[in-house]
Design a protein around this ligand. Sequence first.
Ligand code: DX5
Ligand code: ZN
Length: 229
Amino acid sequence: MSNFMIAPSILSADFAKLGEEVDNVLKSGADIVHFDVMDNHYVPNLTIGPLVCEALRKHGVTAPIDVHLMVKPVDRIIPDFAAAGATYITFHPEASEHIDRTLGLIRDSGCKSGLVFNPATPLDHLKYVMDKVDMILLMSVNPGFGGQKFIMGVLDKLREAKALIKASGRDIRLEIDGGVKVDNIKQIAEAGADTFVAGSAIFNAGKPTDPQRYNTVVKAMRDELAKAK
Ligand code: DX5
Ligand code: ZN
């Protein structure tokens, strides 16, 4: 099951030493950098933009960067993130007036595209665009903050999304975001997720003085994933 990807959300990293934090978490075996973009408009918080994405690339980060846009409007900022080195760009359907156009814009900019579904948002928006998404991201918390509790009802939604992907016959990643921990990751994988965002569970793990702390938690997640049926 090496197809599982662990995506640390840098929202919970120490921003004063972000390059080092990203290097360390990737060295610990994480696969992909989850990059949360919040605009204090679509969500009630404000974080980081294309300049920081570009800075990570200049710092030498070569792993995929998974840009999760929690901004409205969406389209204006997409070319900036593509130029800044984003690999995936995902957005919330509620934040775009023209979902098909936005998905096209992401791919035309050279990035992989995806739609993000809030806990109460149905998957209906996928119906006519399955051929235009590389990733489906299900939120298991309401977007805006790290450190919230996993909403259990999303497990059924994962099964539903997994079935849609299977029926499409396409190579689409199924990502989960919010409240993912060592003690629930196996259950989440069994519901169909293959890409696991984890912010506080990784960056707040162990003692800050322990240089092995990211290794320990990423390995614990992998061990749990290896048990998933
Ligand atoms: C929430 C963000 C998440 C967040 C997850 O709006 O999209 O990526 O960082 O944080 P944890 O893993 O702490 O729930
Ligand atoms: Zn996110």
